[in-house]
Design a binder for this molecule. Structure first.
Ligand SMILES: Cc1cc2nc3c(=O)[nH]c(=O)nc-3n(C[C@H](O)[C@H](O)[C@H](O)COP(=O)(O)OP(=O)(O)OC[C@H]3O[C@@H](n4cnc5c(N)ncnc54)[C@H](O)[C@@H]3O)c2cc1C
Length: 386
């Protein structure tokens, strides 16, 4: 038996589902989407756990964008719950305001201060580096060694198992540093979560495709290729895997998640710490840069706005990548970029395949960037295949 489709789409994450939705609804194409996990949504999948709490299964996903096009596109499939993504850092037995801002500075010096005083302090402590070339330089050139050691060095070493000196400046450079009291974690204009969750939004995108889209879950695309005729492939899996690791495996970082749930009674004694009934910690995310093995504890109920008496926290442990583990993070470092470029050359020669998404382009893209990439690729492909 063999099937005929206009497109085969490998992976049902943001990239694959956006591509499928556009191809089916805008261009009337018949698509087959193949996903090796047992659910849609890729790493942005969310679900209700056994305690009734809506959790982000593969780590917290904070949607944000500066792009009107991307916001408008997704808004066809979801309403939004606006969020100020608030985080803290925990070290030396106390919570610190984070990302670094005037409130953090006041904690550091133990008294009230002003933006001017903080700017003068930073001026005195920062290391003059004109063009920071790595993640250590990007931080010490802004805040100096003391704050780098307190908040960045240990966290980065744990997360990436690499020294910040051996990571691109973009890794630590994406965290804002401010001298006012703005303590928002992220910089983008639009910051919100899909009101009913990511999975519900993906289900609506898929429903819009109707009969044009067929989905196979729990299936590696390699299994069905011999039985499928198609015009073009949209590939969103790891690029090295597509080429059978012929240039060696790209480095990835994996994660292990440890979940713990609490009932309202168990939460009573946490109220003094969380400052809020029904919560375990004061903010959605607390970073643990130094003393613990995990990097952060996330209580996503703070962000989802879900009204639920129970809560669930997730401790996130960075992990080596290997058999049976997910390649969560491409590693933004010069040595990895050298290997990736070899795969990119091979990919550029595959005219019947589009490589889009985080794994296929080996870049730590945010969700909105992946949606943008999928929309742009369908714009590019459509005239070309008619
Ligand atoms: C812990 C963590 C936290 C994050 N937090 C944020 C955040 O706060 N904000 C933000 O904007 N972004 C965040 N991201 C990034 C976000 O997850 C990605 O931008 C987005 O999910 C990428 O979508 P994608 O479709 O490219 O990839 P994925 O979601 O990885 O989807 C690819 C899919 O392809 C499938 N696949 C792979 N190989 C095969 C195969 N051989 N056959 C069939 N299927 C296959 C995989 O199972 C996967 O489901 C985070 C990522 C992680 C890991």
């Amino acid at each position: 038996m063999s099937w005929n489709f206009d497109y085969i789409i490998v992976g049902a994450g943001f990239a694959g589902i956006t591509a499928a939705e556009r191809l089916c609804t805008q261009f009337g194409k018949r698509c087959l989407m193949v996903e090796k996990r047992e659910h849609i949504g890729g790493n942005a999948y969310d679900q209700y756990d056994d305690h009734g709490v809506l959790i982000h299964t593969y780590g917290p996903h904070y949607f944000r964008t500066n792009s009107e096009r991307i916001k408008d596109y997704l808004s066809q499939f979801t309403e939004w719950h606006p969020v100020d993504y608030a985080i803290l850092s925990h070290t030396e037995n106390r919570y610190w305001k984070f990302p670094i801002n005037l409130n953090t500075f006041e904690q550091l010096i133990g008294r009230e201060s002003t933006s001017e005083e903080m700017e003068a302090w930073l001026e005195e402590h920062r290391v003059p580096i004109k063009n920071p070339a790595n993640s250590e330089e990007v931080i010490i050139s802004q805040v100096g060694w003391e704050l780098y050691d307190k908040f960045f060095k240990g966290y980065t070493l744990k997360q990436w198992k690499r020294h910040p000196r051996d990571l691109d400046a973009s890794v630590c450079g994406r965290i804002p540093i401010r001298t006012n009291r703005d303590d928002r974690y992220l910089r983008e204009d639009f910051q919100a979560l899909p009101k009913a969750g990511y999975t519900r939004m993906f289900e609506r995108m898929i429903a819009a495709c109707g009969e044009k889209l067929r989905i196979l879950l729990k299936t590696d695309y390699g299994e069905i290729l011999p039985h499928t005729n198609f015009g073009h492939m949209i590939y969103t899996g790891p690029i090295d895997e597509y080429f059978d690791n012929c240039h060696g495996q790209l480095p990835y970082r994996s994660l292990r998640f440890e979940h713990q749930s609490f009932s309202p009674n168990e939460l009573l004694e946490r109220e003094a710490i969380s400052g809020k009934r029904g919560f375990w910690q004061p903010t959605m995310q607390v970073n643990y840069p130094n003393e613990e093995d995990f990097t952060r504890i996330v209580e996503v109920k703070h962000a989802t706005g879900q009204l639920c008496e129970n809560t669930t926290i997730v401790r996130e442990y960075p992990d080596d990548f290997g058999p049976g583990k997910e390649p969560y993070y491409p590693i933004p470092a010069p040595d990895a970029a050298v290997i990736y470029r070899k795969y990119k050359e091979l990919a550029d020669a595959e005219f019947k395949v589009s490589f889009i998404g985080r794994l296929a382009t080996y870049r730590y893209y945010n969700m909105d960037q992946v949606v943008g990439m999928a929309l742009a690729e369908i714009d590019r492909l459509h005239p070309a295949i008619h």
